[in-house]
Design a protein around this ligand. Structure first.
Ligand SMILES: [Zn+2]
Length: 164
């Protein structure tokens, strides 16, 4: 496992994983929100590498996550679009990229975030899952199916990072 020649000395070397998922090109500062979306705490016991504010050719700076022992499902990958629409997903098997998967922002989102309207039925009745139509894709903006209130990208991020 020698580093590739293209990985210059300025690049931070990050340990390879055997089987799992690499999420690359996450906008800088959003890696923790991605982990929150995936429900990954780091206490699962599997190797989890999180690198933030790394140099990138495509973006000014980027975050990167490597998750050992877990191949993300298409649904999980699409959820990542809520906070990192430019991310790229590599499924790793036996240290090699088995396939790359594009993120496709779904038209509808169920759960994950709460409606921004405090008096929305989804925030007040038990057993009603939040439900949204995606009205804007980059950055993602959501409209509640029930009360039509818009939940902004910043509100989504604040919720996922536990600021609200
Ligand atoms: Zn609502």
């Amino acid at each position: 496992m020698t580093p590739k020649a293209s990985e210059g000395s300025r690049e931070l070397s990050v340990q390879k994983i055997k089987d799992g998922t690499v999420i690359d090109h996450i906008s800088a500062g959003y890696a923790l929100a991605v982990l929150q979306i995936l429900g990954i705490t780091g206490r699962e016991g599997d190797i989890l590498l999180v690198a933030m504010n790394m140099h990138s050719k495509r973006l000014d700076k980027k975050d990167l996550i490597k998750i050992e022992g877990r191949e993300l499902t298409t649904e999980e990958i699409n959820r990542i679009a809520l906070v990192a629409p430019k991310a790229t997903i590599n499924i790793i098997r036996s240290f090699k990229v088995h396939h790359k998967q594009r993120i496709k922002i779904p038209d509808e989102i169920e759960g994950i975030v709460n409606c921004a309207n405090p008096s929305c039925i989804t925030n007040n009745e038990r057993g009603i899952t939040s439900s949204f139509t995606v009205t804007q894709r980059n950055p993602v903006t959501l409209r509640c199916t029930y009360c039509k209130q818009i939940t902004s990208h910043n509100q989504i991020i604040d919720q996922l990072l536990g600021k609200s």
